[in-house]
Design a protein around this ligand. Structure first.
Ligand code: GSH
Length: 326
């Protein structure tokens, strides 16, 4: 369903000039809300075109009349401007199964890719203690992606191989070692992911919050589920202190904010690193941040850095999960 957001003028003004230019479906009207506080709301007005964002936005509301009736403060009416990338149906694999831990950043990187390219996939949640779901595999980490009977391992390699398969036009940039996209994909694997554990387990409250999420979403038997929350939180609290040393982090929050700001600087005023659409680096950053977004560390990051607007654009572009029932 196409979404029309009505944004009050203050949030409209917080958008960058490039966003104003690039959002193709913006309608401006004058409206009085009696000086009340800014707010936004959404409504569905119809179904999406196959491309999700084609020229079908013939919203012919008489905004002038609305404006005339209301008169006064400025409002923006904006359709969700970004959409998934549609893959040629014959390139989409028939059977895709992701072996994962729900909260694992590498697994979420793969899911961001599959969701954005709308590749249907089943999920098998692996028990981190027994790993019985991946007994058949020599590789003992997750993610493992089974694609039409072939098992792919390691998140970046999985994305490269899937990218070569379903986005042929991208193949040359995927293999080129030193382009911008690859540089930032490497930054995700070599820098950004290391910011996560020290932040989500940084004190007992946050470690418990993280393990509450992990124990409720992971594959644990009933005994593990209740013990993992407290034992896991305690263990990871100490592990995260070691990780801080290993990666030379003194203030973990400052390091997370710094990474977020570094990413926004890399965007250099563009909606996405990929320009008007996300590229594989956008998807990688979004994927690894997604599991922490609703935790205290993720909320703090969005409140204290400029990353929020890009993150919202990514949510819009990646859209609903393409996960199907196993
Ligand atoms: N480089 C790998 C790293 C994968 C990884 O370290 N996964 C963790 C989960 S987040 C794992 O499976 N660790 C081993 C374990 O849980 O026993 C990738 O990008 O996929």
């Amino acid at each position: 369903m196409r979404r029309i957001s009505i944004l009050a003028s203050s949030s409209a003004l917080s958008r960058s000039p490039s966003e104003h230019l690039k959002c193709r479906r913006i309608f401006q009207a004058a409206f009085v809300n009696g000086g009340s506080s800014p707010r936004w709301f959404s409504t569905s007005i119809g179904s999406k075109t196959p491309a999700g964002h084609s020229g079908a936005s013939k919203l012919s509301l008489s905004l002038g009349a609305l404006a005339a009736a209301a008169g006064g403060a400025s409002l923006l009416l904006e359709e969700g401007a970004y959409a998934k990338e549609i893959v040629k149906p014959d390139l989409v694999p028939k059977d895709v199964v992701l072996y994962q831990y729900e909260a694992c950043p590498f697994c979420n990187k793969v899911k961001a890719f599959l969701d954005y390219y709308d590749v249907p996939y089943k999920v098998v949640e692996v028990n981190p203690f027994s790993k019985k779901e991946i007994k058949w595999s020599e590789y003992k980490k997750v993610p493992i992606l089974m694609v039409d009977g072939e098992s792919l391992v390691d998140s970046s390699a999985i994305i490269d191989q899937m990218g070569n398969r379903i986005i042929p036009v991208k193949a040359s940039s995927v293999v080129s070692a030193d382009d911008e996209e690859n540089k930032w994909r490497r930054w995700v694997d070599e820098h950004l992911v290391h910011m996560l554990s020290p932040n989500i387990y940084r004190n007992t409250t946050e470690a418990l919050e993280s393990f509450d999420y992990i124990s409720n979403n992971g594959n644990f038997n009933v005994y593990e589920k209740y013990s993992v929350k407290y034992a896991g939180a305690a263990a990871m609290y100490f592990v995260s202190k070691k990780l801080k040393k290993k990666y030379n982090i003194t203030d973990e929050r400052a390091a997370l904010y710094d990474a977020a700001e570094t990413w926004v600087d890399a965007l250099d005023g563009r909606d996405f690193l990929g320009g008007s659409k996300p590229n594989l680096a956008d998807l990688a950053v979004f994927g690894v941040l997604r599991p922490i977004r609703q935790l205290k560390s993720g909320k703090d990051m969005v409140e204290n850095t400029r990353i929020g607007q890009w993150y919202s654009r990514m949510e819009d572009a990646v859209g609903k999960s393409s996960r199907i029932k196993a």
